[in-house]
Every structure is written in structure tokens, then in C-alpha cells.
Design a protein around this ligand. Structure first.
Ligand code: SF4
Ligand code: SF4
Length: 278
């Protein structure tokens, strides 16, 4: 059975799709955005052992050149994440679909679905398909939270089994997008259009990062795109916040409420009817 590399499972989340959901964060991302607030999910662990020396609770050991995490001893102090220079985590573990489902089942009566996030969850598409197949048997809806960089229209099995997607459009300007992520935004925009056509686009997100991104242009163009597809698709406009961010990589600050409110007005003017500011 396919295994997924899981960074962590959050039993309850009300911000990762509709209703109360279990959020499953997979390890590994093909982007390395300077404002990422989960940088420990970006890379795969190379078992260098640097974090083992820093764990004061003996929750990390090295066996056969592999770093092993002992969940029972871990105090979640996150010291290991702070010392990792690779943007990884020694706490990411390979799990079978059955193991993830057994975790999810503990919260089944309190949730309406699961959302798989990352890292970039579509890099582990085969695992997603198998996981969603089993989650559906429990009557759960299945969402993905994606950077949109993998052409979903080429993966019919995933598109068919998942319910909906939340897609980040980090910049509408292809050059700015490339500077931030290493690739332009063509595939992301095509994914947005494709998902919308199938009624599987739940939300598009833009993070407002003052003095780093051309925020007004991005909201202007993204809201026009959403309005042209379906004005009722949710457009979530998110304040950059320096929490958990590698602040040595980025010089920015949290935009004011006034700036956010002006951006909302712009999106409304362009025809969006379902806007959330956070
Ligand atoms: S999590 Fe980071 S510091 Fe720890 S072993 Fe892996 S790569 Fe090294
Ligand atoms: S989070 Fe857990 S594994 Fe990491 S340093 Fe703290 S106790 Fe050790």
C-alpha cells in the first residue's frame, strides 16, 4: 500500500475548508516561498542528525543512519525545527492510508471532512487518491489545499475522487511569481480555470505582503479572474504575518486593516461576491 510522508495531523480546523475538518499536512514542497509560515514542511530530512543533539528530551535518536522520532517522549518544544537548516522536520513520518484513516476516525463524529495540505500535497497524488477513497467510505468530504503547480487536469483519478480545492495564487505577475517560487503562474491559472469548470474550486487565496509583492495588481487581476469564472467562488485575502516565517529571508510587515479593506473594495468592484479577509 502507498505510504504518505506526513508532517502532522491537526484533529480540528475551521480554517481549512467548510465546517470542522481534520487537516493533514504532508511533508515536501516544490516551492520555497520567503513568506512561508510552515517552512519545516518544505524539504525532506537528510538524516544529518543535527537536531538529535538539540533535543533535551531524548525524543530523537539515530538508528542505522536514520533519525527516529519518539512521539511519546516529544514535548513539542520545536527546538528541532529551529535548528534544522534544511527546512525539514524529524517528526515527519511515513504512514499508510489505514494509519491515517485510523487517526481521522478518532475525530469522525466531530468533523465533516478532511483537508490535505502541506508542503504541497499533490506531489503525493497517489497517496491522496487512496486516502480519499477510504475517507469517502466514512462519509467525509475530501479537500486539497494546493499551490496549484502540478497540472491537475492530467490526474483524472485525483480530480474525480476529491471534492474541492483551495488554490494559492501567489502573484498574478508571472515574473513576480517566478521570483517568489521559481516557476511562473501559467499552470496555477490553468488549474484554477479547470477546477472552476468542474465546480471543484472552493477558494482562491492571495497573501498581501507589503513592499515585497505588487499587492494591488495581484488582487485586481485575481479578483477579475474569479469574477469571470464564478463570482461566488470564495476569494480569501490574507494578511502577511511574520509568525513562523524565516524573517531573515523577507523584509515586510503586516498590512493595516485599512489596506485590507481597500483591497476588498477593489475585489467587490471587480465583481467578486464572496470575499474573506483574514
Ligand atoms: S530534521 Fe533537519 S536537522 Fe534533523 S536530521 Fe533531518 S535534516 Fe538534519
Ligand atoms: S519538538 Fe520533540 S523532538 Fe523536537 S526537540 Fe522538542 S522534544 Fe525533541
Amino acid at each position: 500500500m502507498t505510504k504518505g510522508l506526513v508532517n502532522r495531523i491537526l484533529p480540528f480546523s475551521s480554517v481549512d475548508g467548510p465546517g470542522n475538518r481534520t487537516a493533514i499536512f504532508l511533508q515536501g514542497c516544490n516551492f520555497n516561498c520567503s513568506y512561508c509560515h510552515n517552512p519545516e514542511t518544505i524539504s525532506l530530512c537528510c538524516n544529518c542528525g543535527a537536531c538529535v543533539l538539540e533535543c533535551h528530551y531524548n525524543a530523537l535518536t539515530t538508528e542505522n543512519s536514520k533519525v527516529i522520532w519518539n512521539k511519546r517522549l516529544c514535548k513539542s518544544c520545536d527546538k528541532c525545527l529551529q535548528v534544522c537548516k534544511r527546512n525539514s522536520s524529524p517528526k515527519a513520518i511515513y504512514m499508510t492510508v489505514d494509519e491515517v484513516i485510523s487517526e481521522v476516525n478518532k475525530f469522525r463524529v466531530f468533523i465533516s471532512g478532511i483537508t490535505v495540505s502541506g508542503g504541497e500535497c499533490t506531489l503525493q497524488a497517489e497517496f491522496l487518491v487512496e486516502l480519499f477513497r477510504e475517507a469517502k467510505k466514512l462519509g467525509l468530504t475530501c479537500f486539497i489545499d494546493t499551490n496549484g503547480s502540478i497540472p491537475l487536469w492530467k490526474n483524472k483519478a485525483l480530480i474525480d475522487i476529491m471534492d474541492m480545492a483551495m488554490v494559492d495564487l501567489k502573484s498574478y505577475n508571472p515574473l513576480e511569481h517566478k521570483g517568489l517560487t521559481g516557476m511562473d503562474n501559467n499552470v496555477i491559472i490553468e488549474n484554477i480555470k479547470h477546477l472552476s469548470k468542474l465546480n471543484k474550486l472552493y477558494e482562491v487565496r492571495t497573501v498581501i505582503v507589503p513592499e515585497v509583492l505588487d499587492n494591488e495588481y495581484n488582487v485586481d487581476m485575481t479578483s477579475k479572474l474569479i469574477a469571470s469564472l464564478n463570482p461566488d467562488i470564495r476569494y480569501k485575502i490574507i494578511k502577511y504575518r511574520p509568525i513562523g516565517v524565516r524573517t531573515y529571508m523577507i523584509k515586510s510587515y503586516t498590512p493595516s486593516d485599512k489596506v485590507m479593506s481597500n483591497l476588498r473594495s477593489l475585489a467587490v468592484k471587480n465583481g467578486c461576491r464572496n470575499i474573506t479577509l483574514i
